[in-house]
Ligand binder design. Sequence first.
Ligand code: EPU
Length: 427
Amino acid sequence: MEKFVVHGPCRLTGEVKISGAKNSAVAILPATLLVKGKCHLENVPNISDIRSYIEILESLGSKFEYISPNEFIIDNTNVNSAIASYELTSKFRASYYLLGALLGRFNEVQISLPGGCNLGARPIDQHIKAFEKLGATVEVKNGNVYAKKKDALKGAHIFLDVVSVGATMNAILAATLAEGTTIIENVAKEPHVVDLANFLNSLGANIKGAGTDTIKITGVKELKQVSCYSIIPDQIETGTFMVAAAATKGDVTITNCIPKHMEPITAKFREAGIEVYENGSSIRVKMDKRPNSFSIKTSPYPGFPTDMQPQMCILLAIANGTGIIVENIWESRFQYTDELVKMGADISAHGTTAIVKGVDKLYGSPVQSHDLRAGAAMIIAGLVCEGVTEVYNTHHILRGYENIVEKFNSLGANIEYVKDDTEGLAK
Ligand code: EPU
């Protein structure tokens, strides 16, 4: 069984460079399918979700020419299949972007229902509603999603019932080559939604309003890339290092990030008495005492991101006073709090609310990584606490953080990635 062994406590200092945004890249990679030719991408994070996506695209006929692990040219000239294998697509949620992208290019598409996760129910009814509004027929049967169109998709007025990142991006993908104009209302405004629109516009699409409540797409006949596209830096990786710096009473400069995207987090840091300095594309976080407690309510961008909720809980766990977290996006996102309690945290979580009473110290323990962000939070807890923390289920963390061990260790952490080959021998 693989694990991260974190030797705590430590104080993080120095400089760390942020990788490209996972949640942009998982939409931009399938978006390249709308081009019957080549696309050149850089600042692509080298993480397991992206390697899984590359495997799916290769199975459809895409060819990859690597300039580095983070920069490559994808040639989709010879993609001739719109049936993605169950084995590959069922592995991870973001495979749902294949639906919008392939439906833009082909008349019949089949993918498996996107893979499960530990955050609670993850319906795709709003994705399906958007495709149907554009004229497709969609059927969910035997664990697969089948989408068909007779002729070209037709522009439509789509009002999303809930603000959904995935449904917004999938509707954009499907509407880009549709005939006529599509208006999508009540959309998500996350930085990755804007990044996808910018990428498609750089290929000749006509998408306006990304980053606002309404997006207008005037369909174009074809897309073509003229210059290399660079994926934006990862907002959540940036926030994760911000929390780690503050929690370890460190002094860390985080480079290649977009401070504007960090505003909901920066505001909470200042409330907690943590020093944050923005300078162009870098952020310096400095702290020398326990944070003040604070409260957060997660909501769609520009509200407080749910994907930063578990990491912020580490700051509250060691804060002076009591803080409250209200989770408004995912129904099961507090499972990780049981792991923190094992480490000595004082947390009581029920339904959508967690009450966190700050304690003086946390203590090393074996803990599970319930999902990607909870796993990152466990590593930060390990950096803070006395003794050794073993973080299991590392695959969740490796899905979304590039070189996480190397990056933390370059700041003074002592983390080992251990593959235990003796597993089972003791039984
Ligand atoms: N929802 C519906 N119907 C839908 C789609 C969503 O009811 O058809 C609901 C969901 O159940 C949820 C809310 O709408 O309560 C928001 O879900 P959304 O669709 O925005 O989430 P997502 O697109 O599936 C993306 C990120 C998640 C992140 C959420 C919220 C990707 C690949 N994933 O998921 O990221 O938590 O947005 O910001 O972009 C992560 O990176 O760790 C992660 C889980």
